[in-house]
Design a protein around this ligand. Sequence first.
Ligand code: NAD
Length: 334
Amino acid sequence: MKVAVFSTKSYDRQFLAAANLGHGHELVFLEPRLTTVTAALAAGSQAVCVFINDTLDAAVIQAIADYGVQLIVLRSAGFNHVDLQAAAARGLTVVRVPAYSPYAVAEHAVALILALNRKIYRAYNRVRDDNFSLEGLMGFDLHSATVGIVGTGKIGQCFAQIMQGFGCRLLAYDVQPNAHCEALGVEYVALSTLFAQSDVVSLHCPLLPQTHHLVNAESLNHFKSGAMLINTSRGGLLDTQAVIEAIKSGTIGYLGIDVYEQEEALFFEDLSDTIIQDDTFQILQSFPNVLITAHQAFFTRNALTNIAETTLANITDFEQGKPSLNQVHLQGHS
Ligand code: NAD
């Protein structure tokens, strides 16, 4: 099958080409993001293969369907960026990679916690500058600290296992409690209780209409003063302006984010020679207790191998007319 692969970086090409050896599809690697402007690049392909910051709104879906595309292949687990209604209306099938390495994302959340708590990013720069002072580098023991996990699915569960190893007290909130987490000793509580009691809050739920701006001016009122907030899930879970105010007031003592609501204009590109126009992002960057990574939590060789293999298998299954467990269905439809 001919597949237009959008938002391709060198690593995507490397892992997808290797996985394709066993499938033999015609992969057309394209650097641009999929938008209404670049949709024409899909002409003649039966499938588009896309990542999280490609646009898959009704207009783009309309355009690619007109060019003959029948299949949207997501190289991600999250599908909040796809207008599933529009895809269903045009008869396009959507498939995804539901799990590729929950460990990668959970471990990155822990990396953010440790780096922020022990101020590793500041220490690294200081020592390189022959400044061996410890002033301002004090952290706290994670042992016995209370960690609140919002969303205890695949990633949240891995995160709970790691944090249990640190000797933390674990609280969680999820619309569907996870028996493995309960067996680990995780205590499910109301979201406001989790916010009120946690020294560290880590978000691992999907971005849905119900979870959009889950952390906002009102919910921040419940947070423990000086709490650490970690978001490796989706930028839209935070009302960033409200979080900035909470950092200024000291309610949020540390912020670690791998995702940002307006990240599609920034992440995955080298913009070091340009002037960033996003003032909100620049304000966040200016705080000494904020650590931002550019959506790299998934980025391990294990995860990229799994993403590539599942992506190619999804394409082959569709071509062979096999039903796929990885198909994304419009809610209420099978
Ligand atoms: P998952 O589907 O296994 O788990 C999600 C959990 O969230 C489920 O237990 C679900 O019941 C819960 N949930 C749903 N609605 C909720 C709500 N309103 N409040 C609280 N919990 C709710 O998903 P996962 O594989 O663990 O991934 C979690 C999220 O991580 C994804 O949705 C994605 O946005 C993000 N992610 C980020 C990266 C990255 O590189 N930064 C990579 C992969 C996934």
